[in-house]
Design a protein around this ligand. Sequence first.
Ligand code: PGA
Length: 305
Amino acid sequence: MHFTLRQLTVFEAVARHLSYTRAAGELHLSQPAVSMQIRQLEAQLEVPLFEQVGKKIFLTEAGREVFHYARSIHQQIDDLEQAINHLKGLRQGRLSISVASTANYFVPALLGVFHKRWPDVEISLNVTNRVTLLQQMQLNETDLVIMGQPPADMDLEAQVFMENPLVLVAHPDYPLAGQRAIPLQQIENETILVREKGSGTRDALNRFFDQHGLEHHSSMEIGSNEAIKQSVEAGLGLGFLSLYTLEMELKLNRLVVLDVAGFPIMRHWYVMYRRGKRLSGSAEAFWHFLVDEARELVSSPYAST
Ligand code: PGA
């Protein structure tokens, strides 16, 4: 049998409408051209596919069989097209991701691996604080966002992919530096250097203090992880930071993690987007890459403690 996909497509339209005229209209063909395709298909299959009763046409039994297969073949072709577009999107696509400033300590390493795997995906990385990330998702300005706990009042698809331990750090000469199991109450009276409003790290500390009925007697607001580390090194107080930001300083013994009861405060890293957004092939690939591989690829933040 040598029928063509074109003949099946024409047949499927006629069978759906049970009308040559309407099928011709849908396919932008003349009615004789449609009749010709159907006649050729019938000749190839050696069975009639339609029968005419009065002015109406009906499918024959063979016609119903062919209709069933024609529809599933078209469905398969749609799937095939989608699969190819997905792959093309991966090869040539763009990936725009926005991350909380603390995530910037491990995301570039992950992007490096992803880029080796998909070298033609054009990547744009935006680093900002939590409040701006939420706005960007609301305005559909980014494909994926990486930050801590997603807000409950936004309709998001979100998945956790790594832990984010938050710790108190001090200069190695600080009186509390060598102590074991420092009671929480002792921390209340220390000056703690915290991030700017809108930072997820800062929110986590506030929640922790509230949960334990503690008060901040003295805190100092410092607008970035890097500035907090330098200020702690300069003796301004204790720093409250993600362990991910501290690899270098801990290795070089410029800072030490304090052993405080209840610490580290455990947060988690999430990847997310606004529900309803259609992810590109490259965004979907990056999502799976994070969820499946990030834990193994990023070196453990505990390694340097
Ligand atoms: P950051 O951290 O906003 O304090 O940089 C991200 C988060 O924990 O949500």
